[in-house]
Design a protein around this ligand. Structure first.
Ligand code: ADP
Length: 483
């Protein structure tokens, strides 16, 4: 039992290594073979009943007719007068009847040319073929097949034997012919099905083979290969399009990653170079010259702060990219957040006027710390890109379903063509502008962090700006509920 299971499981295991096209072909061929077998069996059975069973029925009817008539005393009384017509009355065509008396003489015979009873009895065969009925004996005489049946009959105190015969050679040959034709038809049909299915499946799987070879050729260093999209509109087209789109996204992602790493290294190189320069200067002259010592320490402190800020931003984006940035959303009053950020900004703003024009209460679902960070990015940018003496203002008011927070400044403005680009990582409109204006140089990361926070809170950001006049960032923050 276990060895049988073993062989079976080994067989199944082996099929797992076959190509899908081979497996599908075998599956289809098996299904078609089963269907053909079923229809062939049904056809053969039908043929048997229509052609072959017909002979058996004719025999049966003739026997029934004859025995019924012979039990009729009136018919038997007149029988000798119409001996010649007996067959026309009771026997179906093809059925031969002979009546034998107890001495073995034939007293009635409706076909004198038919083989003698003694020969028939001699050639009775024991055939258990499927097609043969067991109701009658089977006689194989020369090249004939004959159904043979005897019925004893006692009449007027004498004993007779009714011997019925029916030649079935033609039926048998026809039946054998039909069986052979069906068998050949089935074999040809199955071979044709195998060929058609195999070629069809091979053709249908062609895109998959191209998919495999392209997938093999793809390297992290080269993601440019694309699958050929088949002209049909089926699953293969969908697979090719989806795979190509996935490659597009991966390629974009990798390019972005490479750009990000190179931009980040570039940004970090400047402060590290400056720090190294000052450290060299300090080691040479700092110990003796108090002024140089102070200048060096201040510069190193300032550069370290810038570098720390950059690293914090990079870490934030790295966490965001890996979905590791914790966002703890709770219901909170936006007015409190705005008020807090406004007060702290106002305190640190030495050269600008910071105004809070409106601060409507409104409950939103947000992470308090990240929400403050979002507002701070816009306020700090407002001051960074507004010349000294300018104004940065916050206007937070309620609209149906939203809190609308507008952060405006009277600064240098943003050109229309830069409107979307400023949200990209490391993008700065013109870094020299800010440096020249005596402001701290930016990293180009603030607004990309703002965009990520906004996306995570379903906040819409829009922008109105005019060069030389100022910029207004508008945040549409969904309200938790109408209040
Ligand atoms: P950065 O650290 O350079 O400020 P951001 O991502 O915050 O980086 O901003 C990207 C760029 O968008 C800035 O370099 C600046 O050119 C422009 N920008 C942002 N806010 C303003 C503003 N309020 N006024 C003018 N330009 C702005």
């Amino acid at each position: 039992m276990s060895s049988k299971t073993n062989i079976w499981s080994r067989l199944i295991d082996r099929t797992r290594h076959w190509q899908i096209s081979t497996r599908l072909t075998i599956m289809y061929a098996t299904v078609i073979a089963l269907l053909l077998a079923c229809t062939s069996i049904a056809t053969v059975a039908g043929m048997y009943f229509v052609i072959y069973h017909q002979a058996e029925r004719e025999m049966q009817i003739s026997i029934a007719n004859a025995t019924k008539r012979m039990e009729d005393p009136e018919y038997m009384a007149n029988a000798p007068n119409k001996v010649q017509n007996i067959s026309e009355d009771i026997l179906l065509p093809g059925v031969v009847l002979r009546v034998e008396n107890s001495q073995g003489d034939i007293v009635y015979d409706n076909d004198r040319h038919f083989a003698p009873i003694t020969e028939l009895r001699k050639h009775i065969v024991d055939d258990t073929s499927l097609w043969a009925t067991d109701k009658y004996k089977l006689v194989r005489f020369r090249h004939f097949m004959i159904y043979y049946h005897e019925i004893p009959l006692d009449y007027n105190g004498k004993h007779y034997t009714l011997c019925f015969s029916r030649v079935i050679t033609a039926e048998r040959e026809m039946f054998a012919q039909v069986q052979a034709t069906i068998l050949i038809g089935c074999v040809i049909g199955i071979l044709l099905v195998i060929a058609i299915v195999y070629l069809g499946i091979k053709r249908a799987f062609r895109p998959i083979r191209s998919f495999i070879s392209i997938a093999k050729s793809i390297e992290v260093s080269d993601l440019s290969a694309r699958m050929e999209v088949p002209p049909s509109h089926d699953e293969m087209t969908e697979l090719a399009t989806t795979f190509n789109r996935m490659l597009d996204r991966l390629e974009d992602g990798f390019k972005q990653q490479i750009r990000f790493v190179s931009d980040a290294s570039h940004e970090l190189r400047t402060p590290v170079t400056v720090i190294k320069g000052y450290a060299d200067m300090l080691s040479r002259w700092g110990q003796k010259d108090e002024a140089i010592l102070q200048e060096g320490i201040t510069a190193i402190q300032s550069e370290t702060e810038d570098m720390q800020e950059l690293i914090e931003k990079l870490l934030f984006l790295a966490r965001a990219d890996q979905n590791r940035q914790i966002v703890n959303k709770v219901a909170l009053d936006l007015a409190e957040v705005v008020d807090d950020v406004y007060k702290k900004t106002k305190m640190t703003a030495e050269h600008h006027t910071v105004k809070l024009l409106r601060n409507d209460p409104g409950v939103i679902l947000a992470d308090k710390v990240i929400m403050k960070q979002l507002l701070r990015i816009f306020l700090e940018n407002g001051m960074k890109y507004t010349p000294e003496g300018g104004t940065v203002s916050i206007d937070s008011h309620k609209l149906p379903g939203y809190m609308c927070v507008e952060i405006s400044d009277t600064g240098i403005g943003i050109a229309k063509e830069d409107g979307e680009k400023i949200f990209q990582r490391f993008y700065r409109v013109d870094s020299s502008r800010t440096k020249a204006a005596g402001q701290p140089g930016g990293t180009g990361l603030g607004l990309s962090i703002a965009r990520w926070i906004a996306d995570n809170h379903d906040i819409g950001i829009s922008l109105e700006s005019e060069l030389g006049k100022g910029t207004k960032f508008i945040l549409m923050i969904p309200l938790l509920k109408e209040n």
